[in-house]
Design a protein around this ligand. Sequence first.
Ligand code: SF4
Length: 457
Amino acid sequence: MLLRHTPIEITERTALTINPAKTCQPIGAMYAALGIHGCLPHSHGSQGCCAYHRSALTRHYKEPVSASTSSFTEGASVFGGQANMLQAINNIFTVYNPEVIAIHTTCLSETIGDDLPQIKKKAATEGKIPEGRYVISASTPSYAGSHVTGFSNMVKAMAGMAEPTGKKNGKVNIIPGWVEPADMEEIKRITNMVGVKTILFPDTSGVLNGPLSGEYKMFPEGGTTVAELKSTGDSKGTLALGEWCSADAARELDKKNKVPCSILDMPFGLMATDRFIEALRTIAGVSIPEEIAHERGQLVDMISDMHQYLYGKKVALVGDPDQLIAMTEFLVAMDMKPIHIVTGTPGKKFEKRIKELTKDMGCEVNVKAAGDMFLLHQWIKNEPVDLIIGNTYCKYIARDEDIPYVRWGFPILDRQGHQYFPTVGYKGGLRLLEKITGVLLDRKDRDDSESKFELVL
Ligand code: SF4
């Protein structure tokens, strides 16, 4: 009983978070920056922050994550970090020569009030940014928002790199949100099948799920190129997948460069994928390709084959808003009952959307934005569930309460596979369903009496 101190009685807490369901903003900013080809993320703060952010990403993706830091000490903390930042820009371009430095702030530099746009301007004026190289920045104070907000802020900074030429490039920008590198690959496979030319940004495929080649490369092969980012201002439209991760960047491109945008849900599960494919099909002006119809049919087939084991099963979910919205819709569509849903990211509109998606489920739903895993555990104690879906930290609740559990989301620190096998699209839906039915049937096999222990399920 690792969480033996979690009481069943729920008391109102307004100034205390226990076992947060989020992590700090710069981790999201760093992950987004790694999706630019030849980019070095830079943490404007103390070394400890940067070490933590890098290790959090390395533990999840099982890949080395390079990033630099302004290495604040007492002096920078008192007098501001401008001198450190200018020195860092000079050192980074001299030693590592990245195409882009993507700077994010930390709690400390935000509290001091360092003005990154002004420091960047000074660096450019002093000739510290070589020709053809770029410095972008995002404000990511960790005492507000979450890793999702940090991701969104850095993606918005990427959208700021657009340099429209006035000549349309015939492409569609796709902003995938914080999904796995394998999901980004899958989104590219789907858009290729539909026949839409795209610019996907950020794109961490080939960066955080690359092969072991035996050859060291400071900057991996993958990532959205600078040329592509500049060209986003000439695209005919933007599809932003997820209100929380991607919408701000899409709206920025719309506002500054008149690239019209549509905000969709992340394409997890049947219906959200249907809407994504329909949006692509409409843009391309084509009918749905046979291969896609085939993959959809396979997912529908598996849902109907497994429905008897899914029907009425109660589920607890924890994760990030964009993922949870799509997952809730998927579960409800399969007649499952997601009854406890928590995200650490603030935003009342999340609660509203979940309530809408679950309104016909015929039971009460507990949902909380800016919630924590302590509360989720209390809800589970009060109304037990058949399944938990969430990140690695759920393993404590799953073990204590003896509940089947599917790892999905960020971070996953104790398993492999999430970088390589997508969960977006119809193929990804098959994988999600395989994982869900796998743990439910394992539990049935464990608990069934001998007379009910079946060879064929
Ligand atoms: S000080 Fe702030 S930015 Fe740094 S690791 Fe802690 S929460 Fe994150």
